[in-house]
Write a protein of this length. Structure first.
Length: 438
């Protein structure tokens, strides 16, 4: 391997090899972390209301369970600030290894938390703490994974496609988590509630080992090495990005409203709504979400590629508009209780989401200067968890409890889409522009 002694630069062949390894490390590592996060989301709707809040009314129990669930989203901006600081100060690689260890340890420990019958309300309290730790880990994960891939890209013309691969980790994690729960779901109802749901959480320890092995074998990105060589590292990158680019942080958070809020309704709230209200079998819902995730394996990188050709904003805004309309069709098909229509509604639900999620990584990361990119992109991305992803199931549960209808939920999705359209229109489009030296 040819290396320049002055800057740590490497030859072209090694650069291509490191790009492939960075994409692999970002994608697999992100898939593992999202497996952990989505596993909790899936089991919340199926188990936690009955296991940790058994004395509550079904609607109240669901609200309490999703309240614990939402804590993970409250923690994500904190994780973004912590790991954004270290990612911009010490490097992308070190921050990513720390997030993987933190997230994986918390997920493993969830499997060991006793239910209400054994330790009362302390079970819910311990779950809340572990969910908070999960949120901190995933809050720092996304920015590092995206930058690890994007900052190894040699061509500006393929940046959207390359940055979409860590996004691929989301459907991969969703697929793995639902597959694990579906496998455990084959147990009898009592066995599943007692110990079967815990097995997928225990399995996360194996995935952590795999993720660490891959991430330890990559080099730091050329962009960060250049910043170090030129002594352009900020002492307090989080404070600097808040001072210099507050507009970009706010707009990137708002542009995610149409992507994140509906996503958690389509992949987490649907389990509580489907099993408790519509009385659908959990295996039908799990299988349909699995199929939706499989489509995303192809659609996310495809729409990332399209954003390189037609522009990030144009593709993203199309996805936001379609999401706003699809919410009404989604609930109309679910309400039929017909297995085929329910499956179609769930399987197609992630396509409008993927139109946004494919180009989203590049759209957000390109909005921030290199020396502040980990902090800025992470904060913009994760702040949306406070206003979209975390509250969404709670808002949906509250609307359903009050109106006993899902039409207000569809209108909530439409409102999120309108906000995203306005915010995205105000963002600067840096598609194919050189951001390697900014």
């Amino acid at each position: 391997m040819a290396v320049s002694p002055g800057t740590g630069a490497i030859d072209e062949a090694e650069h291509r090899r490191q790009l492939r390894r960075a994409i692999l490390a970002g994608t697999i590592g992100t898939a593992i972390e999202w497996y952990d996060f989505f596993l909790y989301s899936t089991v919340t709707g199926l188990v936690f209301a009955r296991l940790y809040f058994p004395r509550a009314d079904p609607f109240v129990g669901t609200l309490e369970a999703f309240g614990v669930y939402a804590v993970g989203f409250l923690a994500r901006p904190i994780g973004a600030a912590i790991f954004g600081h270290y990612g911009d100060r010490l490097g992308r690689k070190a921050a990513l290894i720390a997030t993987l260890l933190l997230m994986g340890s918390a997920t493993f420990l969830v499997a060991l938390v006793p239910g209400y019958e054994r330790i009362g309300i302390w079970g819910a309290i311990i779950l809340t703490v572990l969910r908070f730790i999960q949120g901190i880990g995933v809050g720092g994960e996304w920015g590092g994974s995206v930058l690890l891939s994007m900052e190894w890209a040699q061509s500006n013309r393929h940046r959207g496609f390359i940055a979409s691969w860590p996004q691929f980790g989301v459907p991969a994690g969703l697929f793995l988590s639902n597959l694990a729960v579906l496998a455990a779901s084959g147990l009898s109802g009592e066995q599943f509630l007692t110990w079967g749901w815990r097995v997928p959480f225990l399995f996360s320890i194996v995935l952590i080992v795999v993720g660490l092995y891959i991430r330890l074998g990559i080099l730091e990105t050329p962009v960060f090495r250049r910043l170090v060589a030129e002594r352009r590292i900020e002492r307090a990158p989080v404070l600097e990005v808040l001072r210099r680019q507050p507009r970009e942080i706010i707009l990137t958070a708002l542009c995610r409203m149409a992507e994140q809020a509906p996503f958690y309704l389509f992949t987490a709230f649907v389990f509580a709504y489907g099993t408790e209200v519509l009385r659908l079998h959990r295996d039908l819902l799990l299988t349909a979400v699995l199929a939706a995730a499989m489509i995303s394996f192809f659609s996310i990188p495809f729409f990332g590629h399209l954003s390189d050709r037609f522009g990030r904003k144009r593709v993203y805004m199309l996805g936001a508009a379609l999401t706003g309309v699809y919410g009404f069709a989604y609930f109309a098909m679910l309400d039929t209780r017909a297995p085929v229509l329910v499956a179609i509604a769930i399987v197609l639900s992630l396509v409008p989401h993927d139109i946004m999620y494919g180009p989203q990584a590049a759209l957000i990361a390109e909005s921030f200067t290199g020396r502040l990119r980990y902090s800025g992109a992470s904060l913009g991305y994760q702040l949306s968890s406070l206003i979209a992803g975390g509250p969404a199931p709670l808002i949906a549960s509250s609307l359903l409890s009050r109106y006993r209808s899902d039409t207000p939920i569809a209108m909530f999705i439409l409102a999120c889409a309108i906000i995203s359209l306005l915010a995205t229109a105000m963002l600067k489009d840096n598609t194919n522009k050189d951001i390697s030296g900014d």
